[in-house]
Design a protein around this ligand. Structure first.
Ligand SMILES: C[S@@+](CC[C@H](N)C(=O)[O-])C[C@H]1O[C@@H](n2cnc3c(N)ncnc32)[C@H](O)[C@@H]1O
Length: 316
């Protein structure tokens, strides 16, 4: 008998994030899939590709759902599933329930006919365990988790974005194939991440030393991307999306007029816009007539980053 792996209970997204990046994780998932993250998971009737995601780990087609693990095992057994060369992985999104992942995987495997193959699984199955809610199903999309730690890059500076956050920012506004601009690119963290997810990207910075840093980082990954000196207040062109990590923090000159001029110029030229500042700047976006479509606060060691998804202007 053919096993029925269809998503009879819809799809479940499972995220993993450091607690301080919870809001960024929720914003990334919402932007990529339209679903809201609650306690590390999100339900949806559709499965999106999360290969490039910074925070979403897997998407699962849910075959069974229960209030206790024992009930879940019974439901899985009742489904009469057969699989050859399968592996069962167990996810415990935060706050973590106190169950043994190995025991859970074994019990579920015993309820499925066929042989597991943990080394080279042909079919990936998953249990997701949360307090009072358990899901079982087949993994249909998985994050590659291929952003690289900043310490691997030849060039960084104190104001560089964490690479994972830069990946999330790219995902909030762009998909593979989109044309993306980073007009204040610094050492090029978001430029590299945009290129790695398959977007076409250009980076600009007022400071020639930062342009050179971006070029070295791109070269390190063998990425052929344009990085040039440019003033974000005067850039001309059209792009699908922009990621603007504005100057902020101890080492940067940051004032509202610069923000008005940079964001005002770029917003007219893109359809989707993600902006990062070191303070709440709602009144600046208000003056520019830009709606806030999403926001997240990300605390770091010496500052709190404020992420904004801003509406493009009508003529873009
Ligand atoms: C917060 S840093 C960007 C850091 C970058 N995202 C990274 O991860 O390395 C802001 C950058 O904006 C640049 N900048 C400041 N004013 C600018 C302007 N008018 N046009 C272009 N770049 C500008 C600064 O030189 C600085 O590199």
């Amino acid at each position: 008998m053919e096993s029925d792996w269809s998503a009879r209970h819809g799809f479940l997204y499972v995220a993993a994030f450091p607690e301080e990046e919870r809001e960024a994780a929720a914003l990334e998932l919402k932007a990529m899939t339209g679903t809201a993250l609650e306690g590390g998971v999100a339900r949806s009737s559709v499965a999106c590709d999360v290969g490039a995601s910074a925070y979403t780990k897997i998407v699962m087609a849910v075959a069974a759902e229960a209030e206790s693990f024992e009930e879940l095992v019974g439901l899985v057994a009742d489904l009469g599933l057969e699989a050859e060369g399968f592996a069962v992985e167990v996810h415990r999104p935060p706050p973590k329930v106190d169950v043994s992942s190995i025991d859970c995987a074994k019990e579920i495997a015993d309820a499925i006919a066929g042989n597991p193959d943990l080394d080279h699984p042909k079919i990936a199955l998953a249990v997701v365990a949360k307090e009072g809610r358990y899901w079982f199903g087949r993994v249909v999309s998985r994050a590659r988790r291929d952003w690289h730690d900043a310490s691997e890059r030849p060039e960084n500076f104190s104001n560089s974005l964490p690479t994972r956050l830069a990946r999330a920012l790219v995902n909030m506004v762009a998909a593979p194939g989109d044309l993306v601009v980073d007009p204040c690119c610094g050492a090029g963290t978001a430029v590299v991440e945009a290129a790695l997810v398959g977007a076409k990207v250009e980076g600009y910075d007022l400071n020639w030393l930062h342009v050179e840093q971006t070029r070295k980082n791109l070269e390190h990954y063998g990425l052929k991307v344009r990085a040039a000196k440019g003033d974000a207040r005067e850039l001309e062109g059209r792009w699908d999306a922009a990621v603007i990590d504005l100057p902020y923090g101890h080492t940067s000159v940051a004032d509202d007029q610069l923000y008005l001029d940079v964001v005002g110029n770029v917003a007219r030229r893109v359809k989707r816009l993600a902006v990062v500042t070191g303070h709440e700047k709602d009144y600046v976006w208000d003056r520019l007539g830009l709606a806030i479509r999403g926001r997240a606060k990300v605390p770091a060691t010496r500052l709190v980053r404020h992420l904004y998804l801003l509406g493009g202007t009508p003529e873009a």
